[in-house]
Write a protein that binds this ligand. Structure first.
Ligand SMILES: C[S@@+](CC[C@H](N)C(=O)[O-])C[C@H]1O[C@@H](n2cnc3c(N)ncnc32)[C@H](O)[C@@H]1O
Length: 192
């Protein structure tokens, strides 16, 4: 069974959770991982699915041991565990991120998210982002892709969490075309 067919079958079973009929293509995978390398240290991937971004992360120098893969679909989680035995694959809901120790207490340098945030209620998005930033260093960044025309995290949620979002690029070479946003903690005000 090809990766694309397996992905499509997962979507047929759970269209809301999978939220795409095909895995992300190479252009989007390169874009969302473009600022991440071996030097980033531990990386958390949320909703890796069939592993398009995981492959790009490893190709970009991230060691399997420095990867935590958080996936709610049992079909995807089992395949990821088999393919990346040295990565930490957790079959769980990303909203519970704050409850797990991923890298023996070390903090991550980045989070890469393939989660369908646009179809999630605000309380779920808050739990995911609060958990992710709790697991990251202060200079850590959260990368999220979207098929929509703007950042998939509404402005009022960014304000509430003290985050800022920047679009780092977009690609038409994906089905459908997609853009990537980088979320970071806002710099503290200096009062000057
Ligand atoms: C749009 S697909 C993206 C898959 C892959 N990253 C890609 O770009 O090809 C969304 C993925 O998020 C997973 N997912 C959805 N909700 C989740 C949750 N609450 N916790 C963890 N994974 C979730 C789905 O099972 C699916 O693998």
């Amino acid at each position: 069974m090809t990766e694309a067919l397996g992905f499509f079958q997962a979507w047929l079973k759970s269209p809301l959770r999978v939220a795409a009929i095909a895995p992300s293509g190479r252009a989007l995978s390169s874009l969302i991982t473009s600022e991440i390398s071996h030097d980033t240290g531990p990386v958390i991937e949320l909703g890796p699915g069939s592993g398009s971004f995981t492959r790009a992360l490893i190709a970009g120098g991230v060691r399997q041991e420095d990867l935590a893969l958080i996936e709610f679909g049992s079909e995807f989680a089992a395949a990821l565990h088999f393919r990346y035995p040295q990565a930490r694959t957790l079959w769980m809901d990303a909203t519970r991120l704050r409850t797990v120790d991923l890298f023996d207490g070390r903090l991550a340098g980045a989070v890469v998210s393939g989660l369908p945030l646009l179809s999630m209620p605000p309380r779920k998005i808050i739990a995911i982002l609060a958990g992710a930033f709790r697991k990251m260093r202060v200079d850590g960044a959260f990368y999220q892709f979207t098929y929509g025309p703007s950042c998939p995290v509404p402005r009022r949620l960014l304000d509430r969490l003290g985050l800022e979002a920047e679009r780092i690029g977009g690609t038409l070479a994906n089905i459908p075309p997609a853009a990537v946003y980088r979320l970071r903690r806002r710099a503290p005000e200096t009062g000057l």
